[in-house]
Structures are given as C-alpha cells and as structure tokens.
Design a protein. Structure first.
Lengths: 108, 715
C-alpha cells in the first residue's frame, strides 16, 4: 500500500474510477446476454427447442453459456483490474521518485 | 449405517465449529485472523455460504419435477454474483461496510433508518430461513426416521443452542469443508449416474428409496360411455365403474373410481393380503381373528368369519368381503385418470394414493395401501429415441437425449379429488415429450396465451438477478479477506465453483428421473434419493452434507436476524438496552424467538419446493434493500427519508403480493384462480416501486445535498 497520502489518493482514485467503469461495462454485457435469454423465452418459448452444436437444445446451451460467460467476464475483469492496479502503483512509485512529474504532488 | 455416518459427520462439523470459535475468542477478533486466509480457500468458503439447502435440494427437485424451470433458478442465482462482483462489491468495500445497515449508518445516523434496515433484515432472514427449515425436516425424515415436524424442531433447537453459546464466529473452514465435499460428492454422483446410464425400466422403489417388488400400473382403454357408465376394453375385465369425479380447477383431470374383487390370501405370518398390480397388499391385522385363522388351513380359506351372515358376504379381520366361487374376495377400489391420446382414443391410467390411517373402520372397505412406505417412487424415461441404446451415456449425450422430441418422459403429478366428502390425494404420471420438458415453461406456463405466467417468469428472473447482492448474509462473506485483489480472486473462485455446481444440479435432477426415484409427495428429497439408489453410504454422505449446509446457513441467518433486532431495533431505534450485557441478552432472546418462528413456518410450509421459497426471499431482498444500496452508492442526492420510504415500500409491496398471490392462496386452501393478485412473483412490481419511491422521496426531501460517499476516499 502507498505510504504517501496525497499521491496515494491520486493513484488510488484513478484505479477506482477505471474499475468502476469497467465493472459497469461488464455488468452491462452480462445483463444484455441475460435479458436475451429472458426475451427469447417470453417471445416464443419453442425457440428454446432449437438444436445447437453438441446436440443440446438452445435452452441448455444458452444456460451453460451464461454460466461460462459469467466466469469468463470475471476472469477478464480481474485480469484488467490487476494490470491497472500494477500500472498505477508503478506510476505512483515513479511519481514518488520524481516529485515534479506528479500532478498535485510537489512539496509536502 | 446411514445414521452413523450422518452423526459422525455432524459431530465433526460441530466440533470443528466450536473449536474454531473458542480459538477465535482467545485470538481477540476472528476477523483479523481471517486476513490470512488464502483466496482460493476463501472462494470455496464463499461457495459454501451461498449454496444453501435450496440450491441443492430445491433446484434438483424442481428440475426433476418441472424440467428446465428448475434450471432457471440456477442461472438466476449465479447471475446475481455478476452484479455483486462488478457493481456493488468494490464501492461497498471502500466504505468499509458489509451490510446495508452499516453502509447506511455510515452516511446517515437516523433512528428511522435503523428501524427500517432492522425490519428488512429481519423479514428477509425469515423468508430465507423458512426454506432451510423445510429442507432440514425433509432430510431428517428418511435419515434418522423421525417425523418431519420433529426434524424441523430438532434442527431449530440445535441451531438456537449453537447461536446462543458460540455466538457470531466465522465458520470459514466449516464452509470450506462443506462446499468442497458437496462439490466432490455431487461430481461423483453425476459420474456414477452417467455410468449407470439410460434405463427405461429402473428397479421399482418406495418413496424412501427401498427396492420394492415390481408393480404394474394398469392402462385400460375406454370403448364408449353408456348412460354414465364407462364400457372398458379387455384390459378392464373384472372392473366395475363406480363413479367419475372431476378435479377442481379449470384444467382439472377427469378421475374414475373403479372397483374389482380380489381374492384374499393369508400369508405365513397369518396376515391377510390381496394382490394389486402383482404385489401383495396387506390389510388390517386383528390378533383374535388371526389366531382363529392360524388354526385352520392358511392357503385359501373359503369359510373365514363366523358372523352368521349370508354365505356371499363374510367378515375378514373386520373388513367386508364377498365370497366368489367359495373364496373370500375383497372389494378393492382404485383411482384412474382419464387421458385422451393423440389418436383420439381415451384410456384410463391407474394412479396411486395413500389411504388415510383411519380409512378402514370395522366393517369398512379395504384400505388401498398402508401409510408411508407403500407409495412407489415415480418418474422414468418411458421411451428413448430410435438408435439410442440403454446403458452408459456421456454427459452431453444425456442432455441431448432428454431434449429430443422422440423421448417420452414420465414425471409425477399430484391431484386432489373429493370422495364422499373426503379429499384424496392422487399421484399420477404425466407423460411429456423431451423437448417440452427441457425448455422453460414447466412451472410457469409460458406456452399459454395468458400474460401472467410471462410476468411471473420475468419477475423471477429480475429478482434473482438483483437479489443476491441484497441478501444480508452475502456481502459479509465477500469481505473475509482484507485485500481487494484477493477478494476479487476469491469471488472468481466462487463463481466458478457455484457455476460448476449448478451444472451438476441439472444432471442430478435428470438422473433422478432416469432412475425412477422421485418421491411424488415432496420435490425436495430428489437428490438424496438419487444417492440412495447407489447405496446407503453415498446417501448418508450426501444427506449429511445437505444437513450441514442447512445448519450453517440457518445459524448464519439467525445471527444476522438477531443482530438486526439487538443493534438496529432495540438499541438504535428504540434506545433500549444501553449496556453491552443487555444487548447480548436481547440478541440471544431474539435468536431464540426468530428460531421458533422459523420452526413454526417450516412446519406449515412443508410441501412447498424450497427453491421456490428461496425465490421469494430473493424477491423481498431485491425489493427492500437493492434500491437503497445502489442509490446510496451512486446517487448523491439520496436522503434518509428516501431510504426509509424505499425499504418500507419494498417490503410491503413484495410481501403483500406474495401473501395475496395464487401460491399462498393454494396454501390457505383456496383455488389458485381465486387469488386477489394473479401475480405469483412480486419482483416486477415491487422492485420498480421501491426504486421510484427512493427517487421521488429523496427529491422531495433533499434540502441540503449530503457529500458523496464514493469514489473519493479522503483521509
């Protein structure tokens, strides 16, 4: 964890905003897929009989797909967040070394 | 055997729980030590906390009885975690708050908020507790052999004792063990199910899973109707048409009562029985008559009874019998469902039912079955598509076989008819095509033109999507590691484990049909009964894990509810019990009270599917808490009054719709269509209503906008 409060605030705040927007975006992607499932069912439930690859019907295929999508999105989210956190921490470390380059930094 | 494994398992879990709690007390705060838990272990523990009895027992049962609609719950339960991970967890984490009440208290210190948050925690906990109690009772019945209500009472008391003595201690390792074992053994169960594979004539079993002698359920063709009497084909020879009864309700079946004279045989132990469907059925046992019978020839006795009546009528063990060709015959009645086939012909199919214990008074008719074990387990694949051999089957292939329109699946259904003023519950097989069974709409009639099933379905999916985050005991579990990266990773482990488990539940439900182990009286025993068909050991293990799941979840919920009463209601809202000691006393009393209420409701709601009940808990949680959580995190102008109003409107709306809806009306003893509100799932109305309330009331009461809580983290 950063030890210098002003820089810490700047760095952490940046990652938070990024993570929040990313979270909203991923949630929206998942919600769209979820709404698609509900919409197909409500529109015409017999569409769920359609045979998909592997011989299973659309209902099972979509259901498994939603579970896998949740997993894939969470992996991607974690990957992106970890990368960003590392980058911002590195940026912070760099900023701490050369105070001039840090926005809002300078003298304590 | 099963009882021993069960008791050992519960003892180990309880011991571990108490050991960890005693260590936690000395280590001054278990939550600090929690920081050392590895994210992978924490992730599985999260899974253990989330997979309640409902996920396991309820979903398996609903898939087996209703097909794909049970799986909808799986999809919905998992989707809630996406909302938790992506939207709510991080900002809530930065607030350093774990529950709604905490988060709200951080921003507003308002008595009304504590009151509202306390009430909502209490209501949601109770809604969630009831299905756990039902699950516990259902499990205890076949495992330990105690009646259902005693099962509920003993579980409830056990938990109250645990909570009152051990208090709020983290059960991370217990949850970890439980979830790990659950997933491992369910995987084993699915593997052996696939290995045993497809079978169109599984060995007959009773509703406890014991092997039974094979019994034929007849099918009789109806040729025509003459003056109100059915004329039957050759299969119906010997049967007399007694009467026809139409089941109540708009889509009720036509039921036919047939009777036939069956010869009475006397067994080696002196008991009297008649043959039904190839299986001897014993009836009333009277020691005095028994000894008389034993003195004579046991094989067939033409002259039983010495009541001096006409030779065509005799009494055997207090039951009216007739003599046919010098042999005592009992008049046996059976119920048949009239079914119109696709080719226009009408057939009668035999149903089974349980006679009431008092249904055979002296001089009465033969009771049709003994109480309890005599019901046969139901469900099977009646016909496989062409070129599909029986025997081992791959997991993907199993799903495609089930979804084929050429597959015929038989699933148990229940009907209630009036017979001379007495209601009789009948259990029959409904035959469905595979493609119909494996698409949504088995529970919610989506193929019909009516709008209400569609609204129910949308409503349920909405509640499940938003409900997870709003459950009082879920977000707490997200915070058992202090580092946000570890928390994120463990959530991903949880999503993977929960998702995998929900895929397993689909196989468990379908496997139970293939193996014909469905108990027509309760959907909740499906998974344990499937395990039973693979032997006592697997049955004991699966049941013990399920029981431990119930125990853990119930304890956690009761603590949450008691905490709400002690902190939010008694202390903050009403200013009672200022001292720490008083607070603890209030919490203990509250947990006992909540436990007792849950026991009573658990006994009353016995026949409901526990997954369905949990769906309601999600709906109430999503309506009462979710709007406040989202708004307080992301909308600066939210006010205390807005939150209070939103919580109260959410609770009131969702509970009112549930209590006045068709499912509860059925429980009250009315017909579904008599319900005041035709909507069964409240989410679609109550969630928007609660959102609207918080926005409108906040706008009306916002004189001085309070500072935003996120994302800035000052000092």
């Amino acid at each position: 964890m950063p030890s210098n409060p002003p820089e810490a605030e700047y760095v952490v705040d940046h990652a938070i905003r990024y993570k929040m927007l990313l979270g909203f975006a991923f949630c929206a992607v998942y919600a769209a897929a979820y709404v698609g499932f509900v919409a197909i069912t409500v529109y015409d439930v017999t569409l769920m009989d359609t045979e998909m690859p592997l011989g299973v019907n659309l209902g099972v295929f979509y259901g498994f797909g939603l579970i896998l999508l949740a997993f894939a999105l969470s992996l991607a989210y974690n990957f992106a967040c970890t990368l960003r956190e590392k980058a911002t921490t590195a940026a912070h470390a760099k900023a701490a070394e050369s105070p001039v380059s840090a926005k809002g930094g300078g003298d304590k | 055997m099963a009882v021993m494994i069960f008791l050992c398992f519960v003892a180990v879990l309880l011991g571990l729980s108490f050991y960890l709690s005693s260590r936690a007390r000395s280590a001054s705060g278990y939550f600090v030590a929690d920081g050392k838990i590895h994210w992978a272990i924490n992730g599985i523990a999260l899974t253990g906390g989330y997979l309640s009895a409902a996920s396991f027992l309820g979903i398996c049962g609903m898939i087996a009885f209703r097909g794909f609609d049970g799986y909808l719950y799986s999809i919905g339960f998992l989707s809630g975690w996406v909302v938790a991970l992506f939207v709510v967890a991080e900002p809530m984490r930065r607030l350093g708050r774990y529950t709604l009440a905490d988060a709200l208290a951080a921003k507003f210190d308002n008595k009304g908020i504590h009151l509202a948050a306390g009430v909502s925690t209490l209501v949601i906990s109770l809604c969630y507790l009831v299905p756990q109690m039902v699950g516990a009772g259902v499990l205890m019945e076949p495992l330990v052999g105690v009646p259902y209500h005693w099962g509920v009472v003993s579980v409830g008391s056990l938990v109250i004792i645990i909570v009152a003595t051990a208090g709020m201690t983290s059960t991370t390792y217990v949850q970890f063990l439980k979830a790990g074992l659950l997933i491992i053994f369910c995987t084993v169960l699915v593997a052996v199910t696939c290995w045993r594979g497809l079978d169109t004539s599984p060995p007959p079993r009773d509703t406890r899973g014991e092997i039974m002698p094979p019994r034929e359920f007849g099918t009789i063709g109806v040729l025509r109707e003459e003056a109100g009497v059915l004329v039957l084909d050759a299969a119906g020879s010997g049967y007399t048409h007694e009467k026809s009864v139409r089941e109540a309700g708009s889509q009720g079946n036509e039921w036919v009562l047939l009777s036939r004279h069956e010869p009475i045989t006397i067994g080696p132990d002196g008991s009297c029985s008649y043959i039904r469907g190839g299986v001897p059925v014993r009836f009333s046992e009277d020691s005095r008559l028994m000894s008389n019978l034993q003195a004579e020839d046991r094989s067939v006795n033409p002259d039983i009874g010495d009541d001096g009546q006409s030779p065509s009528s005799v009494m055997v063990n207090g039951v009216n019998c007739v003599l046919v060709d010098g042999v005592a015959h009992a008049q046996v009645k059976s119920w048949w469902r009239m079914e119109t086939r696709a080719d226009g012909t009408t057939v009668l199919r035999e149903a089974q039912h349980q006679a009431e214990p008092k249904a055979a008074p002296a001089g009465g008719d033969v009771p049709d079955a003994r109480v309890g074990g005599d019901l046969y387990a139901m469900g099977r694949i009646a016909r496989l598509p062409a070129n599909t051999p029986e025997g081992p089957v791959g997991p993907i292939r199993l799903l495609s076989v089930f979804a084929s329109p050429d597959t015929e699946i038989e699933v148990p259904r229940t009907a209630v008819v009036e017979d001379d003023g007495h209601p009789i519950t009948l259990y029959y097989h409904e035959t469905m095509k595979g493609n119909e069974f494996m698409r949504p709409g088995g529970h919610y009639d989506l193929a019909s033109d009516s709008i209400w099933p569609r609204l129910d379905f949308i409503s349920l999916m909405l509640a499940l999507f938003f409900g997870t985050v709003a459950l009082p005991h879920v977000l707490i579990r997200y915070y058992t590691v202090p580092d946000s990266t570890a928390a994120r990773k463990s959530t991903i482990v949880a999503i993977a484990a929960i998702g995998f488990f929900y895929i397993l539940t689909l196989y468990l439900g379908l496997g139970a049909i293939v193996n014909g182990v469905l108990n027509p009286q309760t959907t909740n025993m499906t998974a344990p009964l499937l395990a039973r068909s693979f032997g006592e050991v697997l049955f004991a293990i699966i049941s013990s894990i399920a029981f431990a799941t119930v125990l853990g979840t119930v304890a956690g919920l009761i603590v949450a509810a008691a905490g709400a009463v002690a902190n939010d209601l008694a202390d903050r809202a009403f200013g009672l019990s200022k001292s720490e000691r008083g607070k603890v006393l209030v919490a203990k009393a509250a947990s006992a009270l909540v436990g007792i209420v849950a026991i009573v409701l658990g006994i009353l709601l016995r026949d409901m599917n526990v997954g369905f009940l949990v769906g309601w808990a999600f709906a109430v949680a999503a309506s009462a808490n979710l709007p406040s959580i989202l708004m307080v995190l992301f909308w600066k102008r939210t006010t205390a009054h807005g939150i209070i109003a939103s919580i109260l409107v959410g609770i009131f709306c969702s509970m009112a719709i549930i209590l006045m809806g068709p499912d509860m009306f059925e429980l009250y003893g009315f017909q579904r269509h008599e319900a005041w509100i035709p909507l069964g799932q409240p989410g679609i109305v109550s969630i928007p209503a609660s959102f609207l309330t918080i926005v409108v009331v906040s706008l009306l009461t916002s004189d001085k906008p309070s500072p935003p809580l996120v994302p800035i983290a000052h000092g």
